[in-house]
Design a protein. Structure first.
Length: 68
């Protein structure tokens, strides 16, 4: 999925819930001792850094959905 498309999906409530559910599932998997003992491949770390940078740039884009 293209990054721009991911951002559009996050703007909806259903998209936010889906993204959060995926994050929780990934965190539960990663906390398992047998998974934590395994080394992480460098290409996965690169992809993770790219995804985190994308998320950070989206948050600082100035678009806010918060209601005051």
């Amino acid at each position: 999925m293209q990054p721009e498309r991911q951002h559009q999906n996050w703007r909806s409530e259903a998209g936010s819930r889906l993204w959060l559910s995926g994050l929780i599932a990934a965190m539960k998997h990663a906390e398992r001792p047998e998974v934590r003992r395994q080394p992480v491949a460098p290409e996965i770390l690169l992809e993770l850094r790219a995804q985190l940078a994308l998320t950070a740039s989206f948050r600082t884009s100035g678009t806010s959905t918060l209601r005051h």
